[in-house]
Ligand binder design. Structure first.
Ligand SMILES: [Ca+2]
Length: 336
């Protein structure tokens, strides 16, 4: 009887433990489904399907000096981006976004610790109907949280970098971040005539007349967020740089993939300047820095910023897993 007693004593907790395991397991499954279904469920950071992309060199591309028109020429123009005439000196622009491999070299050389690492977390989207969430342990090495990695994404743009991180990297590299006027001019292919054709709202990026939200010509979100990402472009999160056609200057991913920090502070009236500005740099101070180009998260119903004239912005200390950067340099300094 003693044995039975012992047995029954053990059977009860075993049953409880088994039930608890089942409940916890079910909760985890539900949590998993809530966070990751119906879209994004099976994607890890760096997934590229059957794509085999050769990473282009990150040499710098010359954008010629000239007089340009910038501003939102889409069919639904943003009120803070009225067409504006500017004059720019020649400058160089990175051919592609700064990738994880490059950022890792910077960190190895300098011991730099990013804003997200110092804060202990950052803003992450990982699929599903939940919007952005602050995740502890998310940083450039862990784009979806502490259990994720960039092992498969070494040639993808670095993300979860604050404006400060991007600025320090650029100066370490002997470069600087582009101004928003430079960024937009480069995104338009450096063509003074590119603005005038209203029928070609996506001209220059990546090719005239395309709409990445429909044709997958850049890495954005095709379909209605959050229910459906058709993945016409082949990527849920970031894509390796060079996965899509370059614009007419040879610059990759000016639209989509990740937002790109620029030097300018945001002000709603920057584009209302009446005079032709020479190398405009925006206001002296502000609360948010400009970022441009939209990202893999941009869908037609949420964000829809996948055009050269859309002025994105964010507080400079915030880091998101759809924001990165590329660098620029004065043309008077030859590219190294
Ligand atoms: Ca995509």
């Amino acid at each position: 009887m003693k044995a039975n007693y012992m047995t029954s004593r053990w059977r009860i907790p075993t049953a409880f433990v088994a039930a608890a395991v089942v409940l916890v397991g079910a909760a985890l499954v539900l949590e998993h489904q809530e966070v990751l279904d119906p879209v994004g469920a099976s994607y890890e950071w760096g997934d590229v399907g059957d794509r085999n992309v050769v990473t282009p060199p990150n040499d710098m591309v010359l954008v010629p000096a000239g007089e340009y028109i910038i501003g939102d020429d889409s069919s639904n123009p943003a009120p803070d981006a009225l067409p504006r005439r500017i004059r720019l000196d020649a400058f160089y622009m990175d051919r592609h976004e700064v990738i994880n491999r490059e950022f890792a070299q910077f960190v190895e050389a300098t011991g730099y610790v990013t804003t997200a690492e110092n804060k202990g977390g950052a803003w992450v989207y990982r699929g599903g109907a939940r919007d952005w969430k602050y995740i502890r342990g998310a940083n450039w090495r862990h784009p979806l949280g502490p259990c994720s990695s960039i092992d498969k994404a070494i040639n993808h743009p670095v993300v979860l970098v604050s404006w400060y991180d991007a600025d320090v990297y650029a100066r370490w590299a002997g470069k600087r971040l582009p101004t928003e006027a430079e960024w937009e001019t480069a995104a338009r292919g450096g063509d003074p005539a590119a603005f005038s054709d209203q029928q070609r709202p996506y001209h220059g990026v990546p090719s005239a007349g395309t709409n990445p939200a429909e044709d997958g010509s850049a890495n954005v979100w095709q379909g209605h967020w959050p229910q459906k990402n058709k993945l016409t472009d082949g990527f849920f999160y970031t894509a390796p740089v060079g996965s899509f056609a370059a614009n007419s200057l040879g610059l990759y991913d000016m639209i989509g993939n990740v937002w790109e920090w620029t030097t300018d502070w945001y002000a709603p009236d920057t584009y209302r300047a009446e005079k032709i500005a020479h190398n405009p740099v925006g206001p002296q101070t502000g609360r948010s820095r400009i970022a441009r180009g939209g990202s893999w998260f941009c869908s037609p119903n949420y964000c829809s910023a996948y055009r050269p004239g859309f002025r994105g912005k964010s507080p400079p200390a915030h880091a998101f897993n759809n924001v990165g950067f590329r660098c620029a340099r004065d043309a008077t300094i030859p590219p190294g």
